[in-house]
Design a binder for this molecule. Structure first.
Ligand SMILES: [Zn+2]
Length: 120
């Protein structure tokens, strides 16, 4: 039987700044990225043929679609002027595809961060 007893909490409410203390678990997913990190991530959206092909998941930070690199074809690749190839998003036709091989999480939160930095 679980008997949930209320500890007599005498915390003072009202202090709005509560940046520390209320969570004693490790954050499972990173949700904040510095501008420098976003810039690093952006490099993986260009000349990213190998990176995307080595990924199990990729996402587009323009249309925010998340999909398997397996759906990408030769037709989605375009050569840069140095011969390296970039995947263009098959959903929106923008070169803003990043694979998880980049080390960045392919999540709506991350893609939205990238979108707001590069497209807003
Ligand atoms: Zn897209």
């Amino acid at each position: 039987m679980t008997d949930i007893k209320k500890n007599s909490t005498t915390e003072t409410e009202g202090s709005i700044s509560n940046s520390h203390g209320s969570h004693d678990y490790l954050e499972p997913v990173k949700t904040e990225w510095s501008i420098d990190e976003l810039k690093i991530a952006h490099k993986f959206s260009i000349r990213n043929q190998a990176s995307v092909q080595d990924s199990v998941l990729c996402g587009c930070f323009y249309c925010l679609e998340i999909y398997s690199p397996a759906i990408l074809t030769e037709a989605d690749l375009r050569a840069e002027n140095d011969g390296m190839k970039t995947y263009w998003c098959p959903h929106c036709g923008i070169d803003s595809v990043i694979g998880n091989q980049s080390g960045f999480p392919i999540t709506p939160e991350f893609l939205t961060k990238m979108y707001s930095y590069y497209f807003w």
